[in-house]
Every structure is written in structure tokens, then in C-alpha cells.
Design a protein around this ligand. Structure first.
Ligand code: PEP
Ligand code: MN
Length: 337
């Protein structure tokens, strides 16, 4: 930490700051400039008490951290890319995995038809929401356990692992019993108790970015998973809220190379929630792969016009097949499979 003192303070005020820095476990190094004195407080900021309380002292002008707050998710801690294994599949390796399926599980026919269609087109993981986070309490809330059972049946019939959202701590056991990957949604991305509970299941976790979250906050949310002894973390960029109205969210593709630089964990892009528009999904997938995404999460529905949630952003199976053809040259161009 760097502590900047105000000008014209007394020697005893300066000594009090030095004493406090030592008390909190840091070694102070004084640098005297012409107008200001600056103290470098040497010590691991991530394991020592924060010096930010010094900001409330009248003789202190500024306190600045020099270390990043996240540790286990950082590339410094683990220079090579992490690979998350899901039923024999490796996410974060050479192959770009495509997770596809409906926004919500609605019926056996809807799910099984979609599952076979996306598998045929090249998807490797089936998505589907059983517990749905809806803005209005009057909207469809998901089939709950019945939806989980249908997902398990679709996995049995197609052989595809399944990803589904974990919405609440109250559902941890039941969702973990069925799911291969737990999805933590944008609205829960900083629900720290839920993050801890999901980490403790040991299941792979896909952590969406909160729609108002800075990348640093998102990385720190991921730190909750790794620091609770679960290394199987994937980040998922799904768009943030901005002033733009042409799209439902603004898909921040710049987050992909930033997370890749900062972290060893795989990064997934969800262009469906990311734009809210089926007509933009193919272009955004091409972009996501070009900037380094390890996997994509895409909503597909046999008949989007009749979907019980997110109808405007779901691709038809034909649209999804076209998407798979259109991303193929980009996948090859970036040296992936
Ligand atoms: C979803 O994937 O259907 C979903 C609700 O995601 P998000 O949390 O990103 O809105
Ligand atoms: Mn959705």
C-alpha cells in the first residue's frame, strides 16, 4: 500500500501513522519529497489487515493499494490455462465447447427435441433453466425439480452433460444432484453465501457477470469459489447494463481478453442474454471466438415465438445449425477446434 501524508503535519502525527502501519503488520518505508511525504507499506495486502482505515485520519491524504485483491483466480497464481472437466469434456483446452438449449425447460417434448437438434449441429453441452430468475413474480418461474428430471432424461438420451441455474441456497442439494455444471446467474453473481454453498458442492461452476459488475468485482466473486476449495470455475460474460436501448444488455467482449490476461479460468460468452436479440447472436458468437472465448452459451428453442421466457433471443434449431457453420471458419482461424 502507498500512504500519502498531507503537507505541514507534525512529527508526532507522522509517527502515529508509522506506528499504525507497523501495528497492522506492514513495514513502512518513508520517501520524503519536496512537498509531500509518502510511505510505502510493505506486506501482502491480501493477507494483512487493510490500511484503508488510515483514510479517516486527518494527517492522511490518500491510501492506494498496489496489489490486486484477487489471488487464487489470478494468472500469477497459476500461469497456465485451467481446464474444467465435465463428464470427460475439457473446457478451457483447444476445443471450443458450445452449450446450447432452451432458456427454460418447458416440457419433455420441447427439451428432448431441442437437445437432439443442438447435438446434431455440434453442441456438446445442454443448457436449460429449471429454476428461473424472473423480473416479474407473475412470469413463468420454471418447472423446478420436474425440469431437473427432464434435463437428466435428456442427458441420458443424448449423452450430453447438462448446465442449469442454481438460484437459491435452498436448492443447492437438489440442483447439484442433477446438474453437471451449476450456473450462477447475473442477479446472484455477488450473492456470496450462494457462491460459497455452490463451491462446496465441488461441481463445476459457471459464474455469470453481474449486469452492474466491474471486472474486478467479478474476479473477486470467482475468488469465493476457488477459496472454498473448488477449482472448477468458469467465468461467463453475458452483457452489462448501459444506456443503450437497441440491445437488452451490452455484451462486453473486451472482458474476454481482460479475464484471459488476469485469470487462468476459462471464459464463456452468452450472446443470447448479452444482446436479447436472436438476429445478433451469430455475429456476436463470431466476435466472441475471435477475442478468445473458450465456450459459448446459446439459447435455442424449437419455436421461439411460443417460448415461456426470452422468446426474442432464442434461435430456432435451423438458426443454430447455421450458427455452427458460420463460426467454424473463425474457430479454425484462431487455432482452436
Ligand atoms: C439464462 O441463462 O437464462 C439467464 C437467466 O441468465 P442471466 O443470469 O445471465 O440473465
Ligand atoms: Mn434466458
Amino acid at each position: 500500500m502507498i500512504v500519502v501524508l498531507k503537507p505541514n503535519i507534525t512529527k508526532s502525527q507522522e509517527n502515529a501513522v508509522l506506528k499504525e502501519i507497523r501495528k497492522l503488520g506492514y513495514e513502512p518505508h518513508i520517501m520524503r519529497g519536496v512537498a509531500r511525504t509518502v510511505i510505502g507499506a510493505i506486506g501482502d495486502e491480501r493477507t494483512h489487515h487493510t490500511l484503508e482505515t488510515l483514510l479517516s485520519w486527518p494527517q492522511v491524504e490518500a491510501v492506494m493499494p498496489v496489489q490486486k485483491k484477487y489471488k487464487l483466480v489470478s494468472r500469477e497464481a497459476h500461469p497456465s490455462n485451467s481446464i474444467v472437466k465435465v463428464r470427460g469434456l475439457e473446457i478451457g483446452g483447444k476445443k471450443i465447447h458450445i452449450m446450447a438449449g432452451p432458456c427454460s425447460v418447458e416440457s419433455e417434448k420441447q427439451l428432448i427435441n431441442t437437445a437432439f437438434a443442438v447435438k446434431k449441429a455440434g453442441a456438446t453441452i445442454l443448457r436449460g433453466g429449471a429454476f428461473k430468475p424472473r423480473t416479474s413474480p407473475y412470469d413463468f418461474q420454471g418447472l423446478g425439480e420436474k425440469g431437473l428430471k427432464l434435463l437428466a432424461r435428456a442427458r441420458e438420451e443424448t449423452g450430453m452433460p447438462i448446465i442449469t441455474e442454481l438460484l437459491s441456497e435452498a436448492h443447492v442439494d437438489i440442483v447439484a444432484e442433477y446438474a453437471d455444471i451449476l450456473q450462477i446467474g447475473t442477479r446472484n453473481a455477488q450473492n456470496f453465501q450462494l457462491l460459497i454453498a455452490s463451491a462446496k458442492t465441488g461441481k463445476p461452476i459457471l459464474l455469470k457477470r453481474g449486469f452492474a459488475m466491474r471486472i474486478e468485482e467479478w474476479l473477486l466473486a470467482g475468488e469465493y469459489i476457488l477459496s472454498n476449495n473448488n477449482p472448477n470455475l468458469m467465468f461467463c460474460e453475458r452483457g452489462i447494463r448501459t444506456f443503450e436501448t437497441y440491445t437488452r444488455n451490452t455484451l462486453d467482449l473486451s472482458a474476454v481478453p481482460i479475464v484471459k490476461q488476469e485469470s487462468h479460468c476459462p471464459i464463456v460468452v452468452d450472446p443470447s442474454q448479452g444482446s436479447g436479440r436472436a438476429d445478433l447472436v451469430i455475429a456476436l458468437c463470431r466476435g466472441a471466438i475471435a477475442v478468445g472465448a473458450d465456450a459459448l452459451l446459446i439459447e435455442v428453442h424449437p419455436n421461439p415465438t411460443e417460448a415461456w421466457s426470452d422468446g426474442g433471443q432464442q434461435l430456432t434449431p435451423e438458426g443454430f445449425t447455421r450458427l455452427m457453420h458460420e463460426i467454424s471458419p473463425i474457430i479454425k482461424a484462431v487455432g482452436r477446434e
